[in-house]
Write a protein that binds this ligand. Structure first.
Ligand code: NAP
Length: 384
């Protein structure tokens, strides 16, 4: 059967035909702004066979991470480039959303070694645009991930950003010994859940802070089932009475590493729990600012405790490490048997769905993410 698809963009209408091959789809934006307002779906013709030295992939699942929202808003330092394929079709600069995801190799061009049809790969090139059904990629921009060891599609789709971030922050700043303590806020975030799990597997102990909520008991249980040793709220943190409880929990052992996901006064209060025996210096490592508030720290912590306050950015780590090192890290976290952070899979599109209908569907999903109404679950997009 001969089918004709029509691509509408910027007033440009372009028709293409295909026998038995359906159109592919991307979630795009042409200018920065509020994601529910600027994102839309656009269909494009199926990819040609891959050129020599390249591969074609189909995306299986792609998370919507907080940083993806910031990129679309234009508030993130890493900027994507306009999509060349869509630009040639529409004559418009379109950016494809998404930085992370799981893709499957569908076709391998000549001269490509080490990748075969059916392999699972994850992108390591920053801001490559993963909210899409298919892509032509350079093998240098992906790492293949093992399909063995019960790694689910959801776990593989979330391999590039959060598990390496959690792993590196626990390993790269303080030389933790078995039984040492780590404290973190935003502990129920995907990164925080992974920090609790990796620390537990390595024999390190964690004190975890979260926002207060009606069902705090349920969250506390969930966190403990991941390996968290203690879970408190930011309200507890503001109460001086917590000092004794923490001392009881740690047996008075110093806490030499604090991981900051939210910033603001919560973090100033958490930093007061840091301390270390010289020559170890207590480290406050900031990786997120979910409260959108600045970070201010008591000067006394620098003078009397020799506090080191620094940041961590996994994107910088990727920029400064070789492909082999990236592969090693991703394989390591893929095979650690980590429980996948809470998530929901949302399919947008499907056979016969118009771009207008998919754009509407997507707007609703993204609005829920932006407004924090996903019930603490990471949304994984399946673009169809
Ligand atoms: N530096 C890096 O390399 C790097 C890498 C990965 C992630 N990150 C950053 O780490 C953070 C978490 O990412 P993720 O993917 O783990 O996120 P996530 O799973 O979507 O979790 C978001 C977390 O933020 C909390 N939160 C939301 N709004 C808040 C507010 N106004 N005040 C305090 N807490 C708030 C949520 O708590 P509730 O449950 O209470 O809403 C939840 O714990 C983001 O800022 C992300 O950009 C940085």
């Amino acid at each position: 059967m001969l089918r004709t698809y029509t691509l509408r963009s910027s007033g440009l209408r372009r028709a293409f035909s295909t026998s038995a091959r359906r159109a592919d789809r991307a979630i795009v934006y042409s200018k920065n702004g509020e994601p529910p307002s600027v994102l839309r779906a656009v269909s494009y013709p199926p990819l040609d066979a891959p050129r020599s030295g390249t591969i074609n992939v189909k995306y299986i699942l792609s998370p919507i991470n907080p940083a993806d929202i910031n990129v679309i808003e234009g508030l993130y330092p890493a900027k994507p480039s306009p999509d060349a394929n869509l630009q040639s079709l529409t004559n418009e600069s379109l950016f494809v959303g998404g930085n992370e995801g799981l893709a499957q190799v569908t076709s391998v061009g000549s001269g490509v070694d080490g990748l075969s049809e059916g392999d699972w790969v994850v992108p390591i090139a920053p801001q490559s645009g993963t909210w899409v059904t298919s892509r032509n990629l350079s093998p240098a921009d992906v790492v293949s991930v093992p399909r063995a060891d019960g790694l689910s599609e959801a776990a593989a789709a979330m391999l590039t950003v959060n598990p390496p971030t959690a792993y590196n922050m626990l390993h790269d700043f303080v030389n933790l010994k078995p039984g040492d303590w780590v404290v973190q806020n935003g502990a129920n975030s995907a990164v925080g859940q992974l920090v609790a799990q990796i620390a537990c597997k390595e024999g390190w102990r964690t004190i975890n802070f979260v926002r207060n909520r009606e069902d705090f008991g349920a969250l506390e249980e969930e966190m403990k089932s991941l390996g968290a040793d203690a879970v408190f709220t930011y309200d507890d943190l503001a109460d001086k009475g917590l000092r004794e409880k923490v001392k009881e929990t740690t047996g008075g052992k110093p806490i030499s590493l604090a991981l900051n996901c939210v910033s603001g006064p919560v973090t100033s209060n958490m930093a007061r729990y840091l301390g270390a025996k010289p020559p170890t210096k207590p480290h406050l490592v900031s990786y997120g600012a979910m409260s959108k508030q600045p970070l201010s720290l008591p000067t006394s912590l620098f003078i009397f405790k020799d506090l080191v306050s620094c940041g961590f950015w996994q994107s910088r780590w990727y920029k400064t490490h070789s492909k082999e090192e990236k592969e090693e890290l991703i394989r390591k976290v893929a095979t650690m048997g980590l429980k996948v952070p809470k998530h929901e899979i949302v399919e947008v599109g499907g056979e016969g769905a118009s771009d207008e209908a998919v754009s509407k569907q997507l707007t609703e999903v993204v609005r829920r993410v932006v407004e924090g109404k996903t019930g603490g679950k990471k949304v994984l997009l399946k673009v169809a």
